[in-house]
Write a protein that binds this ligand. Structure first.
Ligand SMILES: CC(C)(COP(=O)(O)OP(=O)(O)OC[C@H]1O[C@@H](n2cnc3c(N)ncnc32)[C@H](O)[C@@H]1OP(=O)(O)O)[C@@H](O)C(=O)NCCC(=O)NCCS
Length: 179
């Protein structure tokens, strides 16, 4: 499948709302925003502003996924990635992380790292982080609300510009407690 990354424009608010409400996103917590809330978020610049950019992942002219880049103005950008259920497991998510990592380091020469957080049991996302140069930096216990009042642990990953440029992965020094 030919993949292309196409910038989202505010005029596509209805398409975005349909995308986000059109299916369940099990790792994004329970009760995501409804159509009206998404339309308001778009009008408020949540997806496209000085601090955020959004891209459709187009596959054979279909909207198969979405990349939301945010906190672009605070030194460490973060991202959210969604692939529609029918298109998962085909390498699209991994390719998107490679693309957005290169995009952010190229577009924002001042940043030295990119971060992302996911639910601990999101195996596919965690495999992508590890195979694309991201190192686990954080573990937040009982931090991710799930359906039915259940809570999950959250895990945070990041990639350093110097690692990305060198093709290395520098692990944090976990054994650093004062003796
Ligand atoms: C997480 C997500 C982005 C992964 O995208 P994808 O296109 O399905 O992933 P890929 O096909 O690139 O596969 C990535 C890796 O995960 C593995 N994988 C794919 N689906 C999996 C699954 N259901 N369970 C476990 N591993 C899985 C693949 O084998 C691959 O591993 P490898 O690199 O070791 O071979 C996608 O599943 C998704 O959008 N999920 C819902 C939204 C979400 O959880 N987003 C992340 C928020 S941070």
């Amino acid at each position: 499948m030919e993949i292309e990354y196409r910038p989202f424009t505010p005029g596509e608010a209805g398409l975005l709302a349909a995308f986000l409400t059109g299916e369940e996103w099990p790792y994004h917590g329970s009760g995501g925003p409804d159509r009206d809330a998404i339309m308001r978020q778009v009008a408020d610049g949540h997806y496209d502003s000085g601090s955020a950019r959004t891209f459709w992942i187009m596959g054979d002219n279909e909207r198969v996924g979405l990349i939301w880049l945010f906190d672009l103005d605070d030194g460490t950008p973060m991202f959210d990635l969604r692939i529609r259920a029918a298109y998962r497991g085909r390498g699209i998510g991994g390719a998107a992380v490679a693309w957005l990592t290169r995009y952010l380091f190229s577009e924002l020469p001042g940043i030295c790292r990119i971060e992302a957080t996911t639910r601990q049991d999101n195996e596919a996302m965690r495999r992508i982080f590890r195979s694309h140069g991201y190192a686990k930096e954080a573990h937040y216990r009982d931090a991710w609300p799930g359906p039915g009042g259940q809570v999950h642990d959250a895990v945070g990953y990041a990639i350093l510009r110097r690692d990305w440029a060198a093709g290395t992965v520098t692990a944090p020094d976990w054994d650093d407690e004062p003796r």
